[in-house]
Design a protein around this ligand. Structure first.
Ligand code: GLP
Length: 242
């Protein structure tokens, strides 16, 4: 694991955007695995800024997102489809039809998951996977469990994740209880992984993931076995690291 210590959220965002830019510049037709959540928003803003300056070109890039709430209409402002469009896709020159997310509107979980596995297979795997981290160590929506789930699957969100995500909804009852998420094997097969973390409430999860035992009870801990992991975190998130 290569750790980049950032002073604060802005510094983290710029450092993470630099790594993504390097990927896009070195391999213009790369496949980027993308993430939602509040942590990567600043990274996306920075990428948009560099795109507007003419320093970045996304015209050959393909993107695959980690996850989507099950049963969430795309036009709902809390869908990850909506999030990705407002925070990145609508502002850069990604080609239409080259950005993929699991289909949250598909009620048949098996179909939604196998369709998404086929998409990932079809794009030829992920060059760089961006990840946030949940307070309980989840990545994508791979929640703490007694085993690692390999490919795209439907998950029941844990009370801790529902609690963390309720801030985006009017009331807690509105937070979806299930999601489709890319699995651990798919994430581990990405050539490079970039994990971003900011704030004190991520400090324990970061410590457990990189200094604790590798266990499905802390899903991000599996990244200890990945050969090319870049962690960009601010001082608050790193406060429990040795
Ligand atoms: C969400 C997403 C994750 C994200 C995490 C942390 O539930 N499914 O992909 O990394 O929670 O979100 P945040 O960055 O807002 O703390």
């Amino acid at each position: 694991m290569r750790l980049y210590k950032a002073k604060n959220y802005e510094d983290m965002s710029r450092k993470a955007a630099n790594i993504i830019s390097a990927q896009v510049i070195m391999k213009p037709d790369c496949v980027l695995g993308l993430a939602t959540g509040s942590t990567p928003i600043g990274t996306y803003k920075q990428l948009i800024e560099w795109y507007n300056k003419g320093d970045l070109d996304f015209s050959e890039v393909t993107t695959v997102n980690l996850d989507e709430y099950k049963g969430m209409p795309r036009e709902n402002s809390q869908s990850y489809y909506y999030f990705m469009h407002t925070n990145l896709f609508d502002h850069v020159n990604l080609q239409k039809g080259r950005s993929f997310l699991p289909d949250g509107t598909e009620p048949d979980s098996e179909k939604a998951c196998s369709d998404y596995n086929a998409v990932i297979h079809q794009v030829g795997g992920i060059d760089l996977q961006l990840l946030g981290i949940g307070r309980n160590g989840h990545i994508g929506f791979n929640e703490p469990a007694d085993h690692f789930s390999l490919e795209t699957h439907c998950v029941d969100l844990t009370p801790s994740t529902i609690d963390a995500n309720k801030r985006f909804f009017e009331k807690e009852e509105d937070v979806p209880r299930q999601a489709y998420t890319m699995g651990i094997k798919t994430i581990m097969q990405a050539k490079r992984v970039l994990l971003v973390a900011s704030g004190e409430d991520k400090a324990q999860a970061l410590y457990d993931s990189f200094y604790g035992p590798v266990t499905p009870a802390v899903p991000a801990s599996i990244l200890q076995y990945h050969r090319n992991v870049y962690v960009v975190a601010d001082e608050a998130a790193l406060s429990k690291m040795p």
